[in-house]
Design a protein around this ligand. Structure first.
Ligand SMILES: N[C@@H](CCC(=O)N[C@@H](CS)C(=O)NCC(=O)O)C(=O)O
Length: 257
């Protein structure tokens, strides 16, 4: 799906960022032509703050105008959108036949309920478990709640939609971190979480993630080895500075873990 030369889509994204991955996965899935600009989160360029997005967070979408050089300021007529979920909904609105969201209002409502559960239950539990010493049952409970949305087979709505794109990047990152023992949780809690996720209790979510991984769009946008390398780097910095990301300070007693 190609926008004309004067109506480009630019996405500012970072390879390791699960929020960015939501957007790159969805864009690849629909084959909407887009120009990615890769931001190094360890060394955010000044032009990103000055010319593009003062808040300096990714993902960030610019729609409209000609193709941008990476440090160029978007033109005044372009649409500029932060926040991964708002970007996904915007793309679904602008490209209604792209398969991002079905037309059926009941299915759209189900997608939004799933997304709300990802945002309000899973993400706080994910951050709590990985960085704050929260108990393992909270994250497992949040994943179980998401699993309960899944039909007997296929994706959240049966066919693939942005609902799947909101959660798969996080679930795979969690699996990769647990497998590698990375995070500020106790070793025993990590092993418990990993074993539980591979038990019968989570069999359905495992087939769902396998189905996501099998999609060319997901394969193209996910590099586990690269993610682990970036995450290890970030964890080292967090242990030294006490901050994992802007607004995410880690408790002093967990820094040695
Ligand atoms: N709620 C935002 C969260 C975006 C976010 O926190 N992005 C992180 C990367 S995963 C970021 O840009 N952090 C800035 C930094 O690490 O300096 C969304 O859904 O897009």
């Amino acid at each position: 799906m190609a926008p004309d030369a004067s109506n480009r889509i630019t996405v500012y994204v970072a390879t390791e960022s699960p929020f960015s991955h939501r957007v790159t996965y969805a864009l690849e899935e629909t084959k909407i032509t887009h120009d990615p600009v890769w931001i190094d989160l360890f060394n955010k360029p000044d032009w990103f703050r000055q010319n593009v997005h003062g808040v300096m967070k990714v993902p960030y979408l610019v729609h409209g105008g000609p193709q941008l050089h990476e440090d160029e300021e978007p033109g005044p007529g372009s649409v500029r959108i932060p926040e991964s979920l708002i970007i996904l909904e915007y793309l679904a609105d602008v490209f209604p036949t792209s398969g991002l969201l079905p037309a059926d209002p009941a299915l759209r409502a189900k997608a939004r309920l799933f997304i709300q559960s990802v945002e309000t239950k899973f993400i706080p539990a994910f951050v709590g478990f990985l960085f704050m010493g929260a108990p393992v049952h909270a994250i497992l409970g949040a994943i179980e709640a998401l699993q309960s949305f899944l039909p007997a087979e296929g994706f959240v709505l049966g066919t693939w939609s942005i609902a799947d794109a909101t959660f798969a990047p996080f679930f795979l990152r969690l699996e990769a971190l647990l497998k590698n023992g990375l995070g500020l949780y106790d070793e025993s809690a990590g092993k418990e979480a990993h074993a539980a996720l591979h038990s019968e209790r989570f069999a359905r979510i495992q087939t769902w993630i396998t189905d996501n991984l099998a999609r060319p769009s997901f394969k193209k946008t996910w590099d586990e080895e690269h993610y682990i390398q970036k995450y290890t780097q970030r964890l080292d910095i967090a242990r030294k500075t006490g901050t994992f990301a802007p607004g995410l300070d880690i408790p002093a007693n967990l820094k040695q873990k």
